[in-house]
Each structure stands twice: as C-alpha cells, then as structure tokens.
Design a protein around this ligand. Structure first.
Ligand code: ASP
Length: 299
C-alpha cells in the first residue's frame, strides 16, 4: 500500500513577554498576540516557511506599541531605544541576530538579513546599523519608536524589570521549525547592555530534529542557565513540548532562585508548551485544525 507523505501539522505560537502585564493592557496584549499568530498562520497556510512565519509574526508585534520590541520598546538609562533580536532556522541551524541597535523599526528582519547575507551570526550597535544601511533597510529616527507610555515609565522611573518582549515559533508543512525573538531589553539598562534575546541557546533555539524554543524574562537570569538550550535538551530526551517548558523553568528556579522567566516551545509533532515563573506570559497559538488562535494571559 502506498503511504502518504509525512505531513506535519502547521503550528505557530507567539508570546508577548514574561512579567506583570498591567490590567489596563490585558486585552491589548492578547489581541496583539492573536494578530501576530494569525499573520504567521497565513504565511504557513500559503505554503510559506517556518522562518517566514516567525518573521511575519514578530514584525506585527514590533509594530504594536503595546509590546517591548520595535515601536514601543522600553528605554535605556539614557532614555533611548536600543534593541536586540535573533532568529534561527531549524533546517540549517543558521542564526542571525542583532544587538544594541537603534534606528530600525523591524530588528527581526535585520536579524534575518544578518543570517542570510552577512557571513556572520551576530552584529551589534553601529556595525549592525551600517550593515542595515548597506542592505537597503530604511532608518527611522529613534524618537519615532518611543511611545508615551514608555517615556512616562522612564521619567517616573516606573516599571523596573521585564515585560512585553516578543517571540515566535513555527512548524511548517515540510517539517521545518524556526524561532524568533525581538526586544527593547529591560527598563533603564545601561547603554550597550545585551540581553539573552539575540543569543542562541539562551534566548532561542531551533532544530528540525527536536523542535524550537523562545525564552523571555530577565536576560541576566536566562543566560546563566542557557534556558532555551535546557528546554532543547529535554526535547532531545523525548519529552513533549509542555514537559520541556516546565522542566526548563523548574531548573531555572532551582539554580537561580530569584530567576524570572518564561518560555514557549514547539515540538516536531506540532505540540506547544508554555511555562513561566512570572505572573503573566501572554501567548497565542494556532495549530492545524483550529478555527483561529487560542490566547491566554497565563499558562
Ligand atoms: N529577555 C529580555 C532581556 O533581558 C527581556 C524580556 O524578555 O522581557 O533583554
């Protein structure tokens, strides 16, 4: 009997950052996550790659002023936007990332271009911006990405800590996975500070053999345990996506007792995992067979 070719269930999952989402923004955060998951879903449904889907989803979140990525990023100690982003293709293990960049409203697309055209994996600060310009990316005034809520947080020294960073994972019809992260980092960070989000193994990972992971939370905690890699190790040992997410957070809590983080995971069967030790982690996912995205403020 002829066997039909293996079809993987299309899957997209996005998050809107581990932290405390102010009640005023609950609805907006969930709607934003749903819009991003929907954008990624349409890419997958139209036959696009997991890589294209996560980029499309993250671009929606970067444009949404509710989230700490692109427009709406938090401000550093100098009152400036300075962003990190990373992307990984699980088919090739290629990585692209940018760190501490200004003047570009879609850091995730620049990260992808770093992966595809620079011959390197990570470009930072002025060098990354020069590369962006050489690739035809249009710069925007940094001020254009500062929204009133972040300016107020900065002026009143409010809201220290993490929130509203974004990430996305996808599984496409060919069985490829991809991961993407984008963030303004943490409030009042020192200029030049780089978090976990552009670092493979800490902020994200993707490998077609096992699945993909994107983390969020205090980068200084996440890096210390290589949080994304811990979840990948669990997947390699045969856990489901949910078990992998939970094991990684349990490990963080054990090794970094005040650790604050969350993560999303997708495995090769298209199952999703969500875990966090912060109060909130807004997410939305859309898996094949569902009529629309499923969103939640907490796992
Ligand atoms: N992980 C990000 C950073 O430390 C922040 C976040 O996820 O909210 O830069």
């Amino acid at each position: 009997m002829l066997q039909s070719p293996k079809q993987t269930p299309l899957t997209i999952i996005v998050h809107g950052g581990a932290g405390n989402v102010s009640p005023h923004y609950h609805t907006a955060a969930l709607q934003g996550c749903e819009a991003a998951a929907t954008a990624g879903w349409h890419v997958l449904q139209d036959g696009g790659s997991a890589l294209a889907a996560v980029e499309a989803a993250v671009r929606v979140l970067e444009d949404d002023p509710v989230f700490n990525a692109g427009t709406g990023s938090v401000l550093n100690a100098d009152g400036e936007v300075e962003m990190d982003a990373g992307i990984m293709d699980g088919a090739t293990l290629q990585i692209g990332a940018v760190a501490a960049i200004q003047h570009y409203a879609h850091p995730i697309s620049l990260a992808r271009r770093v992966m595809e055209a620079s011959g390197h994996h990570i470009l930072a600060a002025a060098g990354a911006e020069r590369f962006a310009q050489s690739q035809g990316f249009a710069p925007v005034p940094n001020q254009q990405m500062i929204v009133p809520r972040r300016q107020e947080q900065y002026e009143k020294r409010l809201a220290a800590g993490t929130a509203d960073t974004v990430g996305a994972l996808a599984l496409d019809a060919a069985g490829n996975v991809a991961a993407a992260n984008s963030t303004g980092g943490v409030n009042f960070k020192l200029p030049g500070r780089v978090g976990d989000s552009p670092l493979a193994g800490a902020g994200f990972y993707a490998d077609n053999a096992f699945g993909a992971v994107a983390t969020t939370g205090q980068g200084e905690h996440i890096m210390r345990v290589g949080l994304a890699w811990r979840a990948m190790q669990a997947l390699e040992q045969g856990t489901t996506a949910q078990q992998a997410a939970q094991q990684a957070i349990a490990l963080l809590q054990e090794r970094v007792p005040d650790g604050r983080a969350g993560l999303i995971v997708v495995d090769t069967a298209g199952r999703v995992g969500i875990a966090h030790c912060t109060r909130d982690l807004p997410t939305a996912y859309w898996r094949q067979g569902a009529a629309g995205p499923v969103s939640a403020l907490r796992a």
